[in-house]
Design a protein around this ligand. Structure first.
Ligand code: G1P
Length: 291
């Protein structure tokens, strides 16, 4: 029987250098897309997938993330007094009461693999999710990319990576997988490489910031030496894991915006602006008039 996926790890200790100076004093995960920070979209996706414990692995300058998910007494009192009840609702129930937030400090930015390893004392011996908040994934009316992956996990009971086809010229931005097809949208991993040059890439299927991992990944992470960019790469530990047990790659349904990149971030802002209930019609009229 598949164990329930109850915990999600959010590595948020990256330096966000591509967005400097916006990210000088604020983490990139707090950049807003229209009116919500990226980390809130990620947390909501996790909650919709049934996650009950959100584990944030943060570094310096990350006070704003715990503050964002915390109660804001003064603000709430003021909004209440001013009768701004819709705004009050927007700040009050960001995370439902049954969901807990835990913060772990990654004191050195040694890579994604290291960040995930920092969560081991809280994750313990159960399968868990990893979400990279700068990959914003919209699956329309669905329950979110992670919920799709949890459903696959329940059937297959194996670690699963969320993947999508990426332009061949961009393989050097992703962990790229080599798979044997298993079922529709699902393959079994034969290999995975971190950020290969297009000529060396085993395919154009890139991992995009969603993972469900068995706790056996922690042993592999402990044995992982610094790889691409001198960092401890989650990709390398996954490559070691798939040699011991099945690891799957799942082509999720939905559109992914690379919000760690300025162009992807602007594209997300336009699309989320257009479908925003209050803003959409006026924003669409503005874009049309502009031609
Ligand atoms: C990380 C991972 C990479 C993955 C990517 C998805 O890279 O190391 O394997 O494909 O996230 O966004 P980063 O974008 O943090 O450099």
């Amino acid at each position: 029987m598949a164990k329930r996926i109850r915990k999600a790890v959010f590595p948020v200790a990256g330096l966000g250098t591509r967005f400097l100076p916006a990210t000088k004093a604020n983490p990139k995960e707090m950049l807003p897309v229209v009116d919500k920070p990226l980390i809130q979209y990620a947390a909501e996706e996790a909650v919709r997938a049934g996650i009950e414990t959100l584990i944030f692995v943060n570094g310096r300058n990350k006070r704003s993330i715990p503050d964002h998910f915390d109660k804001a007494y003064e603000l709430e009192t003021e909004l209440e007094q001013q009768g701004k009840l819709d705004r009050l609702e927007a700040v009050r129930n960001i995370i439902p009461p049954h969901v807990a937030c835990i913060y772990i400090r990654q004191s050195e930015a040694l890579g994604l693999g290291h960040a995930v390893m920092c969560a081991e004392p809280v994750v313990g011996d159960e399968p868990f999710a990893v979400i990279l908040a700068d990959d914003l994934i919209d699956d329309g009316e669905g329950n979110g990319c992670l919920a799709q992956m949890v459903a696959r996990y329940d059937e297959q009971v194996a670690s699963i990576l969320g993947v999508q086809r990426v332009p061949e010229a961009h393989t050097d931005r992703y962990g790229v997988v080599d798979v044997d097809p298993l079922a529709e949208r699902l393959g079994r991993l034969k290999g995975i490489v971190e950020k290969p040059q297009p000529a060396d890439a085993p395919s154009n299927l890139g991992v995009v910031g969603r993972y469900i991992l068995n706790s056996s990944i922690f042993n592999k992470l402990r044995q992982t030496r610094p790889g691409a960019g001198g960092e401890i790469q989650l990709t390398d530990a996954i490559d070691a894991l798939r040699q011991d047990e099945p690891v799957l790659a799942y082509e999720f349904e939905g559109t992914r915006y690379d919000c760690g990149d300025k162009l992807g971030y602007l594209q997300a802002t336009i699309e989320y602006g257009l479908k925003h209930p209050e803003l959409g019609p006026a924003f669409s009229a503005y874009l049309q008039a502009r031609g």
